[in-house]
Ligand binder design. Sequence first.
Ligand SMILES: [Fe+2]
Ligand SMILES: [Fe+2]
Length: 190
Amino acid sequence: MTKSSDTFKGPTTASPLPVPLQALQAEHQLILRVLHYLDAPIEDFATNAQHHVPIIRAYLDFSQHYTDRFHHAKEEEVLFSYFDSRESIITAMQADHVLGRKWIHTATEALIVGDHQTVAMCLRSYRNMLTQHIQTEHAQLFPWIFHRLTHAQIEEIGMRFAAIDTHFQNEKKHFEDWANRLANPDALTR
Ligand SMILES: [Fe+2]
Ligand SMILES: [Fe+2]
């Protein structure tokens, strides 16, 4: 049973975000940066597909592995496990993850058969949803969480995140390096 005096009271000027949530925020920044660099290829894909196929393929890979298997797994398997899954904010965030998986899966299948309009439509929907989803996590989910976790739980979440970071160490570095290369416009066509 949690003692109320042990409950984390939320961010104030004297108590910034707990470290595990800062880590999720840093991952959000990387995901948003990739979305920003991919805006132009996504919008141009239906009419100029061949030029953009390599970068779109890499983007699908990033979305499946970094965004979903790494980042969303931290949220679903660790963070959300401390709360009732019927809480509306948790249900809404999980529903977004499921929807995102469907769009990325459909885009991947469409790319294989050369249905470029469907690829563009799915990625546009995915980009818009994920941008809104991340804003909601910052504005609503994280503040909601602050007031419900104990210091001990935050510490435990930090350790569980560290284990996931270690497990995905090589993949994480691969995708972070790739995201950094996107800052170079030449990388978009490699
Ligand atoms: Fe999420
Ligand atoms: Fe997230």
